[in-house]
Design a protein around this ligand. Structure first.
Ligand SMILES: [Zn+2]
Ligand SMILES: [Zn+2]
Length: 152
């Protein structure tokens, strides 16, 4: 049986991270281990599943408070790979500045519904801690029907 890995064991965490790391030619560190439903890498430390992006920033020497769940390890604009845990591609931020999601939002001109992704037509919502960019018009209709359904 594998010994229980502790958060204080920086070398042990680094060892285990590097064992499941695939480095791409453009220097993304792709996690080959477990993933969560959103497609981010997970590793078990002290019996808890933690995000490898958090662990990677934590051991990198870049200032990062792993105990504060309001502080996130976010991907920089230059890296949209959720499984990448290269600390040079990450930064520590709060939920309000998830630029990575914003850059994904910016990749196309139109929402799936066909409405333009103009700031005027965009509403920003938070669900399960994730920032979502939605079509304002369609979201308003959706909310209206939701309220009507729940009135009766
Ligand atoms: Zn990367
Ligand atoms: Zn729409």
């Amino acid at each position: 049986m594998r010994r229980r890995l502790l958060l204080s064991d920086i070398e042990g965490i680094r060892d285990r991270l590097y064992k499941k790391r695939y480095v791409t030619h453009d220097d993304h560190w792709i996690w080959l281990g477990a993933e969560n439903l959103q497609g981010y890498g997970l590793m078990t430390v002290e019996g808890k599943q933690l995000l490898v992006t958090r662990l990677s920033l934590y051991i990198s020497g870049i200032e990062f408070d792993i105990f504060n769940n309001n502080i996130w390890a976010l991907h920089k604009n230059s890296c949209h790979k959720r499984l990448c845990f290269n600390p040079a591609h990450l930064y520590s931020g709060n939920r309000g500045n998830n630029m990575s999601d914003y850059s994904i939002y910016k990749q196309t001109e139109l929402f799936p519904c066909g409405h333009p992704k103009d700031p005027k037509y965009t509403v920003v919502t938070m669900s399960n801690g994730y920032i979502r960019y939605r079509c304002r018009e369609c979201y308003a209709l959706y909310m209206k029907s939701w309220h009507e359904k729940n009135k009766s």
